[in-house]
Ligand binder design. Structure first.
Ligand code: FDA
Length: 364
């Protein structure tokens, strides 16, 4: 009998597996996909590391987490500096002095601040009642219309006036010429991809891919003293209170016989009439000298049965549903629920590691 059965070989499950093995525990990992790594999985396609489930950039402010992940791979000094394409014109992101110059010709912070302040006036001190008003109150109409509106509407599949204001709590505005998207002290991409990290974490551990916990639940349960479950929490409890909602994504990849297609890893398409939200050119994350390149278009989609659930929709209804499932989970002492699906929340990779390390403290 194993000490632990871990359902899911994503970053959460694999961090737990690695740490438990270090403590001398016997561990079995089962994974329903045909590969390990969950959504951070990268695959080598003709020499290029392709991020199969969307762009993944590691960033953190914690030296402890940075040192932790660096045990498993060398990281490059990639700095995320996406650009936006709106009706054929290019703008720097996040909104900074470069963007303000491109939009209005503003050369100084004072000029840009004055422009934004004037555009905010249109709300006349009113409390924003929807996402459109919230965005205008934060950054003014020009940035909203060119860089926020279409992108957000595509992401959520709804018009910005029908979306609640709380979705956008703040929009990063920077009055320096700095295109670095993240404020964190550490950021980078593992040279050679993310999958090697998971492979190293799972070295010496029995892993069964193409194995869905729910197909032979009783049998898998009987194999271990404890279970760490990283799948969807509502599925674990047979959707007894109803289904939690998600937004999904569809990825379309293309090989180009040219070494450099768009000159940047991430280009956002912010107009509503372009059906995808961004194009990723994988080789710019982890540069390689190849005569070809691979790009992926990312299309937001309504989540339906059988699709990958990517982004939890944390509105009041879903959150209260989640709390009911969470109460059942707390009562189940044999099972630890962790990771983005079992906790029904969006987690960045550094947060997943932090949360796994914290949860491990209470495991015997
Ligand atoms: P994850 O979903 O990776 O793993 C769960 C695993 O459990 C999966 O492999 C699944 O197949 C398996 N499973 C589920 N049910 C099962 C069952 N019944 N039986 C067996 N196996 C089962 N973060 C970041 O820091 N920087 C970034 O740039 C990005 N970018 C990004 C882009 C996109 C599009 C998304 C959706 C997310 C990001 N992230 C990110 C977040 C990152 O992907 C996330 O933090 C981790 O992948 C979460 O790891 P988990 O192990 O929790 O879930």
């Amino acid at each position: 009998m194993f000490d632990y059965l871990i359902v899911g070989s994503g970053l959460y499950g694999s961090t737990c597996a690695y740490e438990l093995k270090k403590r001398g525990k016997s561990v079995l990992v089962i994974e329903k996909r045909d590969h390990i790594g969950g959504n951070i999985y990268t695959e080598n396609v003709d020499g290029i590391q392709v991020h199969r489930y969307g762009a993944h950039i590691f960033h953190t402010n914690s030296r402890e987490i940075w040192d932790y992940i660096n045990q498993f791979a060398d990281f490059n000094r990639y700095t995320n500096s996406p650009v936006a394409n709106y009706q054929g014109k290019i703008y720097n992101l996040p909104f900074n002095m470069n963007t303000f110059y491109q939009l209005w010709g503003s050369r100084t912070p004072a000029e840009a601040q004055a422009k934004i302040a004037a555009q905010r006036q249109e709300l006349d001190g009113r409390e924003p009642s929807n996402l459109e008003e919230q965005a205008i109150s934060l950054v003014g109409r020009d940035i909203y219309e060119k860089l926020v509106k279409g992108y957000t509407e595509k992401q959520w599949g709804r018009s910005a006036t029908e979306l609640p204001a709380f979705i956008i709590k703040r929009l990063p505005v920077r009055f320096t010429y700095d295109n670095n998207y993240f404020n964190d002290q550490f950021q980078g991409i593992p040279i050679g991809g993310y999958t090697q990290i998971i492979e190293k974490m799972l070295t010496g551990i029995e892993v069964r891919c193409n194995t869905d916990f729910f197909t032979k639940q009783a049998e898998y349960r009987s194999l271990a003293k404890h279970i760490i479950y990283t799948g969807p929490i509502d599925q674990y409890f047979s959707y007894q209170f109803g289904k939690l909602e998600y937004r999904s994504l569809r990825f379309e990849s293309e090989r180009h016989e040219t070494p450099n297609v768009q000159g940047n890893a991430v280009v956002n398409y912010t107009a509503r009439d372009v059906p995808y939200t961004r194009i990723i050119e994988h080789k710019h994350f982890d540069p390689v000298d190849t005569p070809h390149s691979i790009i992926t278009r990312e299309y937001p989609a309504e989540w339906q049965e059988g699709m990958e659930p990517y982004y939890p929709i944390n509105n009041e209804l879903n959150d209260s549903l989640y709390r009911r499932y969470r109460a059942l989970a707390k009562a189940d002492t044999k099972v630890i629920f962790g990771g983005r699906l079992a906790e029904y929340r969006y987690y960045d990779m550094h947060q997943i590691i932090g949360s796994a390390l914290k949860d491990l403290q209470s495991m015997s």
